[in-house]
Design a binder for this molecule. Structure first.
Ligand code: AGP
Length: 614
């Protein structure tokens, strides 16, 4: 996620854009930039770092101008540095663009533009897009609006863009597909932004573009909305906003954690976007494609991580061994780094980290590299320490995760690891083409199935109210859902401060069953696929000891529904994909219980978002 801001009107654009970017930093903060038109020239400043750094960098340019655009970046293509920051010029210097999203086919477009004499200074997809627009404008001899429309019909991906032409500085062209874009409508002025927070103090009249819509925002004129595909007229739906600033940053949710739980369908889709090509029966991941032999010849895969990322690693262990038949061991990074592990150059080490800054995980990587292992990083923050220390990697595209409790990081990590395991299974021939294709097709249904699982939120809130005063909870799961039980327990304890333990369901008899009484809520994952009958007998053992049973079941379940005190349904999917769905109700349960207990959900006591010290 990035933050975009634009202004055209009677005020100085600079302070409005800078302040607007500061309000959007929660969307991305690894680099920032601004471009202003002072009546003669486009003056542009951009820098790695935060908006505060941009303010300092901007002292070296003219800050005059009533039209401008600004950007705060969450890197997806190209590491965070000055050159890759937005805005980006076209080759002629006439056009300047900002973009939030991912252009999947930018490489092929870039190759064609290079053939036509274009040069590029950055590694970004955005610089390709602005030069495609310029090329269309020149070759078709059309105005900016039409050039944008024609160009966007040639790209595949997601975007919210704002672009203006120094030769026509009374308009800004915007377009949206998959990333948010709002236009604030003031008295003889317009604001453009990823959400209303940059302009809510100036106006609460706004138009939110729908997907595949574009607009020419011209001073003194009504906004002209068009459908990108066919230029059909679309009619602006002007809304009068009632939200305050804080509500806008949280997207109208009460907490960042809840917002991020609800972002998971989009985050999972963004993570496999451009990588999962189901129609062609392909998975395309540069970090794997360029290092395939390392994985194919590996004696084993060692996964190191901490916390929730370690739970994602446990899910990956089941997936890799089940699908790709590669031996896997999963280690707490903090233990691995000190136990003098046996590591050889035939090992592949996968380091999983949302922040990419966790000290123990970083140390584990360094140890593995010293001993010759190949290191593959799975991070959410582009250019983070772990990403840079790894030999190769694949980013999750979850966008910034602000809530301390990891939610969308977990499901997007599993998504990346599933793609990796699938690709290796296909290469090793442990998966037929038909199985592979069926799996990819099912994976594409997961965002919608997560949406469906989220619909249980009202029921989950009611269940949370029943158990919010508990002092101890047990979480049980088998197979792929054993790590989900651990993750559910971690979520509850870290934000509600209730003691909770996750266990393999079969382990009950080896001790924990002594804890069961009518004061012990037991959250059991009992989906149809994955040792269902055995989990049913575990549930019966709990019930016979008066334990309270809250079961996560496959929609339409009858047997467990008869036995449990409460059931929460999730859609059916492949056994190895169930963690992406069964974790959703457990995230919501922990969220609601924590809120009902008056806990600080986004910043729980004693915790930090990134543990950069031992
Ligand atoms: C999970 O909700 C916690 N925030 C914590 O366990 C976290 O997963 C752990 O500290 C690892 O962080 P990382 O993914 O940034 O490395």
């Amino acid at each position: 996620m990035c933050g975009i801001v634009g202004y055209i009107g009677h005020r100085d654009a600079f302070p409005i854009i800078i302040k607007g970017l500061q309000r959007l930093e929660y969307r991305g903060y690894d680099s920032a930039g601004i471009a202003l038109f002072d009546g003669t020239d486009i003056n542009l400043a951009k820098t790695k770092g935060k908006v505060e750094d941009l303010k300092n960098k901007s002292k070296s340019i003219s800050q005059e101008g009533k039209i401008g655009i600004g950007h705060t970046r969450w890197a997806t293509h190209g590491i965070p540095n000055d050159v890759n920051s937005h805005p980006h010029y076209s080759n002629s210097g006439d056009l300047v663009i900002i973009h939030n999203g991912i252009i999947e086919n930018y490489e092929s477009i870039k190759k064609e533009l290079i053939k036509r004499g274009y040069t590029f200074t950055s590694d970004t997809d955005t610089e390709v897009l602005v030069n495609l627009i310029e090329e269309v404008k020149k070759t078709e001899d059309v105005k900016l609006g039409q050039a944008v429309q024609i160009a966007l019909n040639q790209v595949v991906g997601a975007y919210a863009i704002a672009v203006f032409d120094r030769n026509k500085p009374d308009e800004i062209v915007v377009a949206k597909l998959g990333s948010p874009l709002a236009i604030g409508i003031g008295e003889d002025e317009f604001f453009i932004a990823s959400d209303a927070s940059p302009f809510i103090e100036f106006t609460n009249n706004a138009v939110y573009l729908e997907d595949e819509e574009m607009a020419i925002v011209r001073l003194g004129k009504e906004i002209k909305l068009r459908k990108i595909k066919n230029d059909a007229v679309a009619y602006p739906r002007i809304m009068e906003l009632q939200m305050n600033l804080e509500e806008i940053e949280k997207g109208g949710y009460d907490h960042f954690m809840l917002k991020e739980i609800y972002e998971q369908p989009r985050a999972i889709k963004d993570t496999y976007r451009g990588r999962l090509l189901a129609e062609q029966g392909l998975i395309r991941m540069a970090g794997i494609d360029q290092n395939l032999e390392k994985f194919m010849n590996a004696n084993r895969i060692i996964i190191v991580a901490c916390g929730t990322s370690w739970h994602a690693g446990l899910v990956a262990e089941y997936i890799f061994e089940d699908l790709a038949r590669i031996p896997v061991e999963v280690e707490y990074a903090s233990e691995f780094r000190y136990r003098n592990p046996v590591i050889t150059d035939k090992d592949v080490l996968i380091a999983i980290s949302q922040s990419g800054e966790t000290a123990d995980t970083l140390a584990a990587i360094k140890l593995a590299k010293e001993k010759g292992a190949f290191v593959f990083g799975v991070c959410n923050v582009v250019g983070s320490s772990i990403a840079r220390e790894s030999d190769a990697g694949a980013y999750t595209h979850a966008g910034p995760e602000i809530g301390v409790a990891s939610t969308k990081a977990f499901t997007t990590q599993i998504t990346v690891l599933t793609l990796l395991a699938l690709k290796l299974a296909k290469e090793k021939g442990t998966f037929s083409q038909t199985q592979f294709h069926e799996f990819l097709t099912e994976l594409e249904t997961i965002p919608n199935k997560v949406e469906k699982a989220l619909e249980s939120n009202p029921l989950i809130e009611i269940i949370s109210d029943v158990y919010k005063e508990s002092t101890n909870c047990l979480y049980l799961g088998r197979g792929y859902n054993f790590p989900v039980a651990l993750e559910g327990a971690l979520k509850l304890k870290e934000i509600s401060y209730i003691h909770a333990e996750g266990y393999p369901a079969a382990e009950m008899k080896h001790g924990p069953i002594a804890l069961i009484d009518d004061q012990m809520p037991v959250f059991v994952i009992a989906t149809k696929k994955g040792h269902y009958e055995k989990v049913v007998s575990n549930i019966q053992e709990i019930k016979s000891r008066k334990g309270k049973i809250i079961a996560i079941v496959t929609e339409g379940d009858e047997q467990v529904t008869e036995l449990a005190d409460h059931v929460i349904e999730v859609p059916e999917t492949l056994e190895s994909l169930t963690p992406l769905l069964t974790t959703i109700p457990l995230q919501l349960l922990s969220y609601h219980i924590a809120v009902m207990r008056g806990c600080n959900v986004d910043q729980p006591r004693n915790l930090a978002k990134s543990v950069t010290v031992e």
